[in-house]
Design a binder for this molecule. Structure first.
Ligand SMILES: Cc1ncc(COP(=O)(O)O)c(C=O)c1O
Length: 355
């Protein structure tokens, strides 16, 4: 029997790597997905309750998306006409990949695996350029590959390593790739020192992806956004994006949290301060090497202590992202930075295991 194109395609897709959601372990401290637990749960609950009381779920969301664009623009420091939103930045990535006709993408590795998986789903060839041993961008090697691609993806601050790349180097890459789509993923930028949103508004090929899932504590509400030039933002809103991408409840919750962004900024300050403390304390533990981070994560190498440290963390109910060997580094883990109490539990467990 002749195989149909449909069954061939389903077979191809069935062989692809897939995202495996982390397991939820009751009572454990969840430090594996970079959510913001420094933001008080009650604060988010109060905003959600207020939002639930405001909305009429019988209606399609009409003007709420427009209001969100204004608030997002204000927060990001750009006019709302440069902003478009989606059901998480994951959905924005998905829509850009499925509509803009890219055939070959350049990424560096290690980076956010979802992006690579989605390229492969859409049959977009992915060329992977390794980061240097210090997790820096080798801009010459990246450009050599990206000149042969029609899409380049730069996650900065990077997931999983946590470091933000030098602004000048990223700007030079963008300049050199004029005419090719460049996606800058700034999911963790709220914890870092600079953003490229204003660069994106001035160029016709740059999209900066951002999200309310991390610093804003709304991973469950699924609200992401992008900043780009006015034309692409307009076309994305009117034609690429579906008419009602975000539920009216999530829109109201996002607006409520953005209206209190001062509160969020306070927790960002706490996380940045804690990041410094956690990295310093990790550096003092023999057998652990922490790397520079500009995100709400600590990326560490534990070498031969990998199994000892992972077992101790699991035993203490501290769930971290186990990464293993990457870019010549052995036994790596990525850990979310949370409140001082949460971070102490993590630090004390690692210190106890390696004493
Ligand atoms: C680099 C990066 N981009 C995007 C996302 C997805 O964010 P969202 O929840 O907005 O889909 C994540 C989530 O882990 C991420 O790490």
């Amino acid at each position: 029997m002749k195989k149909s194109a449909l069954s061939e395609n389903i077979r191809r897709i069935s062989r692809l790597d897939r995202y495996v959601p982390p397991e939820k372990i009751e009572g454990a401290i969840k430090l594996d997905s970079n959510e913001n637990f420094a933001l008080d749960a009650q604060f988010v609950k109060d905003v959600a309750q207020e939002a639930a009381a405001q909305v009429d779920l019988r209606e399609y969301p009409l003007d709420q998306l427009g209001q969100l664009y204004v608030q997002l623009g204000r927060y990001a420091g750009i006019d709302q006409k440069y902003v478009a939103a989606g059901s998480g930045s994951d959905q924005i990535i998905e829509l850009l990949l499925s509509t803009l006709g890219s055939r070959r993408a350049t990424v560096f590795t290690p980076t956010f695996s979802y992006f690579i998986n989605r390229c492969e789903l859409h049959d977009i060839k992915v060329d992977k350029v390794p980061l240097t041993k210090d997790f820096e961008l080798d801009s010459q090697a990246f450009l050599k590959s990206a000149r042969k691609s029609d899409l380049a993806y730069i996650c900065s601050p990077n997931n999983p390593t946590g470091n933000q790349f030098d602004r000048q180097i990223v700007a030079e890459i963008i300049d050199a790739l004029d005419g090719k789509l460049v996606l800058i993923d700034e999911a963790y930028v709220d914890f870092a020192d600079y953003s490229l949103v204003s660069e994106a508004t001035r160029r016709d090929n740059v999209v900066v992806l951002r999200t309310l899932s991390k610093a804003f504590g709304l991973a469950g509400a699924r609200v992401g956004y992008m900043a780009t030039n006015e034309r692409l933002a307009r076309i994305f809103r009117s034609t690429i994006q579906s008419p009602y991408p975000i539920s009216v409840l999530s829109l109201a919750i996002a607006s409520g949290v953005l209206a209190r962004s001062d509160q969020v900024k306070k927790t960002i300050d706490i996380v940045r301060k804690e990041r410094r403390r956690v990295l310093e304390r990790l550096a003092a533990i023999r057998g652990v090497k922490p790397f520079r981070s500009d995100a709400n994560v600590a990326f560490i190498e534990t070498g031969n202590n990998y199994s000892l440290v992972s077992k101790a963390l699991a035993g203490a109910g501290v769930v971290v992202k186990l990464i293993g060997n990457v870019a010549g580094h052995k036994g790596c883990m990525r850990v979310t930075i949370g409140t001082p109490e949460i971070n102490d539990r993590f630090l004390q467990t690692v210190e106890g295991a390696l004493r």
